[in-house]
Design a binder for this molecule. Structure first.
Ligand SMILES: [Zn+2]
Length: 435
């Protein structure tokens, strides 16, 4: 199966590049790029009419298990701090999940992503009362839409003694399942909730498993001051000391979510491992939870952008990253958030073993065709201005993932969206009643 995109405004973020030309896709990869490419037998022709064609975007940190939360019943009382937000909202929701609702969450989250041109989701999953098999259930939901996923199960001790072991076992099981397929659609990281809910043996177990699987650890860090405070109280050391003690800072491909309350010195210490550690910045979520602003301008390690479960609109997240940095008087260099998106694609590329975020020959055919025909000059030099202030998800028209159409003319074609959403609504009702 091959497709020839004609007369496109080809836009890439890594490095920023704008050029006009054609692009040909064959067998799920980009086969050629250039001007006036020759039509080959059996090519499907897509006339882009000068509109922007770009690689699919990557959500660098999300929680699809919250996809069925829209409109759910209010918590028993209004949370007054971050720990109460977890206890009264998210930990009640994740405990209520069963396999069907996990799959429906994956589907709904992936549908939302697809419409925003987000084709890969780096997810951090929790469903404490259905752990074994949950990553496959989540994958089934995402795969039904056609998106890619870098998944993990959140290892924690917050509910019961055996919980961390079950989370580690599920990670191992899913890793074995994936190794029998090797199709670059899904991969696994070792998930860990956060230092403050991980006993020593469990934390060491995460690091050991990551070494065994040769993969990174995906963990929250200092999202709220309670992470440092409880770590001090329970384990007699600070976050960085604990990470060093268990060997976490030596695990390549590790993702630290948030870092909102890291000191400048702690940022520097993490930055010493910048060749292989990432910070996932989630500015919308940080604002929503009222936990403060992550001084991401201080980060010397690679920064990826995530929505932390609030949809999958990476344009919104890039804008919020820029705007909030100004609001906090810690301004990012203009357009820095496009670099964060590029880094998200690099991270997912390494995890999945395929090149994402590129229009180069050999890269994955994860493509977003927009209806955006710029009304002002668009060049490599001013791409950030268009990306942040004009081009957005409202222009996403067609999305191809792995060379297969998933969205055409704004309609989902990879699955029966209406039926899946109806099923999800039924699952959501039951999920809420179990909370
Ligand atoms: Zn998170």
């Amino acid at each position: 199966m091959s497709t020839l995109f004609r007369d496109a405004m080809l836009v890439e973020l890594d490095p920023p590049m704008v050029r006009q030309g054609d692009l040909r896709v064959s067998d799920g990869r980009i086969a050629s790029v250039g001007r006036n490419l020759t039509l080959q037998q059996d090519d499907e022709i897509v006339d882009c009419g000068g509109a922007v064609l770009m690689p699919g975007l990557v959500n660098g940190h999300t929680h699809l298990y919250s996809s069925l939360a829209a409109g759910m019943p209010a918590p028993p009382r209004q949370p007054t701090n971050f720990l109460e937000i977890l206890e009264l909202i998210w930990w009640r929701l994740d405990r209520a999940h069963n396999f069907k609702s996990v799959t429906a969450s994956g589907t709904v989250g992936a549908l939302a992503a697809l419409r925003c041109g987000t084709t890969t989701l780096v997810d951090h999953h929790a469903s404490p009362n259905c752990i074994a098999g949950s990553l496959s259930a989540l994958e089934a939901g995402i795969a039904s839409v056609g998106c890619r996923g870098v998944l993990c199960y959140e290892v924690t001790d917050r509910n019961r003694d055996t919980e961390a072991r079950e989370g580690l076992d599920e990670t191992s099981r899913y890793a074995r399942e994936l190794s029998s397929r090797k199709n670059h659609r899904f991969s696994v990281l070792v998930g860990a909730h956060a230092s403050f809910t991980l006993e020593e043996e469990s934390f060491v177990g995460c690091v050991r498993l990551a070494r065994e699987l040769d993969t990174g650890v995906h963990i929250h860090i200092a999202e709220d001051p309670c992470d440092e405070r409880i770590t001090q109280e329970k384990f007699g050391c600070g976050l960085m000391e604990r990470f060093e003690r268990v060997g976490l800072l030596e695990i390549p491909g590790t993702i630290f979510g948030h870092g909102t309350h890291l000191s400048a010195e702690e940022f520097t210490r993490l930055g010493e491992h910048k060749d292989y550690l990432h910070l996932a910045h989630n500015p919308s979520s940080n604002m929503n939870n009222g936990v403060g602003y992550t001084p991401v301008v201080s980060a010397t390690m690679p920064v990826v952008l995530g929505t932390d479960g609030i949809g999958a609109d990476m344009w919104r997240e890039a804008r919020v990253a820029e705007f909030k940095s100004h609001d906090a008087q810690l301004s990012l260099p203009f357009g820095k958030s496009l670099g964060f998106l590029a880094e998200s694609a690099r991270l997912a590329s390494r995890a999945l073993g395929i090149t994402l975020g590129s229009l180069g020959v050999g890269a994955a055919a994860d493509l977003v065709l927009t209806g955006y025909r710029p009304a002002t000059p668009l060049t490599t030099d001013n791409l950030a201005g268009h990306f942040l202030y004009a081009l957005g998800p409202e222009f996403v028209r067609d999305v191809m993932i792995d060379g297969r159409w998933c969205l055409r003319g704004g309609e989902v074609v990879s699955c029966d969206e209406r039926a899946l959403r109806a099923d999800a609504a039924a699952q959501a009702g039951e999920l809420w009643s179990r909370m």
